[in-house]
Write a protein that binds this ligand. Structure first.
Ligand code: UFG
Length: 342
């Protein structure tokens, strides 16, 4: 029998790519999502890529009675990958309670159900945002956790603390938090990818929409940082590489290979790229020009961050393998498919 994995937020960007990798590795997947920031189109995409359309239940994880029913309906779950959360930094500043309620309550409901229904393992979607602007680069998992820059970032920190404290207090639950750097790109089939609503906040969707003519010009936020070309540096990592790390984390938990009941790993490439390098690489691999203008820094942005990935490389046996160029091309192919551009 296949191991059954619950993927919350599985119709979303990283969740859908992870569902594909899980199915390809022989797991059975059930997705729970309230479609707050996604559509069921991704279920069709997952089905087309893998030949298996995963089971899907549409509800909000904050609805505890409904979640209890789910756990009764799906006995024998082996693990949960918990992606479902709000994730827009700016929106979280405007609506902090909405962020705290959704991101914290959904995790706590899941943990209570894991205990009640004997589901032993969770992989939690965390973020490099927990490090803020680290003093030393590349940033390792032992770096200090700095005060969060936004309510969104704070929910990730608090969720990690909730996991740590709860796992300490009960027997038989273990978790791995994966701290993502900047996930970008789309599945090479262009059947699933990122679907930002409205004006994108993140760099890559803004770049692809500008290249597609939907946005007039990209604003590059700041060229006066203390970096080689003056623009800010991030560790951009292919979403399929990120998805593959989740499969490794699940396997580690199911095989009891984890060294402690709560572990965390950085997921990045180990290499930083500046905003201007991203734009130049995009233009080179796609042959499409991106109109851009340098403007002032964006409030709350840090100067530079990239990951030390040694721990994930050695202990998870995982490494990012896709190049920035290949990844940007996949993002462009996805944008073209969405807009019907030949
Ligand atoms: N940028 C631009 N123009 C844009 C959008 C972004 O120049 O239109 C720049 C940003 O200033 C930054 C870089 O591109 O230097 C990356 O920006 P993103 O918004 O794509 O990503 P961030 O690094 O700001 O955000 C990521 C995650 C968040 C997380 C945050 C923590 O998306 O979930 O890191 O720093 F909270």
């Amino acid at each position: 029998m296949k191991n059954l994995i619950l993927v919350t937020g599985g119709t979303g960007y990283i969740g859908s790519h992870t569902a594909v990798e899980l199915i390809n590795e022989g797991y059975e997947v059930v997705i729970v999502d309230n479609l707050a920031n996604s559509t069921t189109d991704s279920l069709d995409g997952i089905g087309q890529i893998t030949g298996v359309r995963p089971a899907f239940e549409e509800f909000d994880l904050c609805n505890k009675p409904r979640l209890e029913k789910f756990f009764k309906d799906y006995p024998g779950l082996k693990a949960i990958i918990h992606f479902a959360a709000y994730k827009a930094v700016g929106e979280s500043v405007e609506k902090p309670l909405m962020y705290y309620r959704n991101n914290l309550v959904s995790l706590m409901n899941l943990l209570e159900c894991m205990n009640a229904y004997q589901v032993p393992s969770m992989v939690f979607s965390s973020s490099c945002t927990v490090y803020g602007q680290p003093r030393e680069l590349p940033v390792t998992e032992t770096a200090q956790i700095l005060p969060a820059e936004s309510p969104y970032g704070n929910t990730k920190q608090i969720c990690e603390e909730i996991l740590r404290d709860y796992i300490r207090s009960v027997e038989g639950i273990r978790a791995i938090a994966l701290r993502y750097f900047n996930p970008i790109g789309a599945h090479p089939s262009a059947l699933i990818g990122e679907l930002p609503r409205g004006v994108p906040n993140n760099l890559i969707p803004y770049v692809t929409q500008t290249a597609a003519g939907i946005r007039g010009e990209l604003k590059v936020f700041g060229d006066d940082y203390n970096t080689p070309d003056g623009s800010a540096i991030r560790d951009y990592i292919n979403v399929v590489d990120i998805a593959a790390a989740h499969v490794k984390a699940i396997s580690r938990l199911l095989k009891n290979q984890n060294k402690s009941d709560f572990e965390f790993f950085n997921l990045g490439t180990g290499k930083g790229s500046s905003v201007l390098e991203v734009v130049n690489t995009f233009e080179k691999v796609t042959g499409v020009k991106v109109n851009y203008k340098i403007v002032g820094r964006r409030t709350g942005d840090i100067e530079q961050v990239w990951a030390d990935t040694t721990k994930a490389n050695v202990e998870l046996g995982w490494k990012a393998v896709r190049s920035l160029g290949e990844t940007l091309l996949s993002a462009w192919n996805w944008e073209k498919k969405l807009r019907g551009i030949k």
